[in-house]
Design a protein around this ligand. Structure first.
Ligand SMILES: Nc1ncnc2c1ncn2[C@@H]1O[C@H](COP(=O)(O)OP(=O)(O)O)[C@@H](O)[C@H]1O
Ligand SMILES: Nc1ccn([C@@H]2O[C@H](COP(=O)(O)O)[C@@H](O)[C@H]2O)c(=O)n1
Length: 202
């Protein structure tokens, strides 16, 4: 099994890069694990309390469960990947049975900050886009797809997103084997990653 970690700030294009990588590969050989599925269960909190959580801090992620699941996949076992709702700011209680595949792509803003996770990755990738570009993309995406308004996104950006990016996410770039510059769509870098994966699949 080849486990590839794909990190980068919010809006840098991680999900887009992952989708482009797997588009041309045989889907039955590749699976994706999203760090977003591993936000901690916060059912004990009210909705209002959940809106105030700092979702860009490493403590918001259940890394213990993510590490446990990756180890189980490596052992050839399927895992129940939790389903997360950005509308409720919580896990839904449902899970998706995720079987082990030859190539596992793990994507998320904070995955390179965790030493135990880094140990499990064969290749670490960091997707870079400038902060103004990321904010514009995040605004458009969260308003269109995650039910947020302008004030919510800008307030979150100023209070948690930007400081956490500077404190935790940007510094984790030093662990990356490959940095993908993604201010514009980067087909060359994606081709390179696809080639590495194809070699492993052959
Ligand atoms: N290189 C790019 N140029 C322009 N828009 C992009 C680019 N990459 C991604 N996007 C768009 O930006 C938004 C955020 O991208 P996404 O892949 O969800 O980022 P991430 O997973 O890193 O938060 C999406 O609407 C996506 O279509
Ligand atoms: N309930 C939540 C949980 C997380 N976020 C934000 O999602 C971002 C990470 O996801 P990406 O797909 O953008 O990598 C992160 O920056 C959190 O602020 C949220 O808004 N609400």
């Amino acid at each position: 099994m080849l486990i590839i970690g794909i990190a980068g700030g919010t809006g840098s294009g991680k999900t887009t890069v992952v989708n482009t990588i797997i588009d041309e590969l045989q889907h039955e050989e590749v699976a994706v694990i999203s760090q977003d599925s591993y936000y901690r269960d916060t059912s004990d909190l009210s909705y209002d309390q959940r809106t105030k959580i700092n979702f860009d801090h490493p403590q918001s992620i259940d890394f213990e469960l993510l590490v446990k699941h990756l180890k189980q996949l490596k052992e050839g076992k399927s895992i129940p990947q939790p389903v997360y709702s950005f509308t409720d700011h919580n896990r839904t209680g449902e899970t998706i049975e995720t079987p082990p595949k030859k190539v596992m792509l793990v994507e998320g803003i904070l995955i390179l900050t965790n030493p135990e996770l880094r140990e499990l990755f064969d290749i670490m990738i960091y997707v870079h886009a400038d902060s103004d570009e990321r904010l514009i993309r995040r605004l458009k995406r969260d308003m269109k797809e995650r039910g947020r308004d302008l004030d919510e996104v800008l307030n979150r950006y100023q209070t948690t997103l930007k400081p956490m990016h500077q404190q935790f996410i940007e510094p984790s770039k030093e662990f990356a084997d490959i940095i993908i510059p993604n201010n514009r769509y980067n087909t060359v870098a994606v081709d390179i990653v696809q080639t590495i994966i194809r070699e492993r699949l052959d």
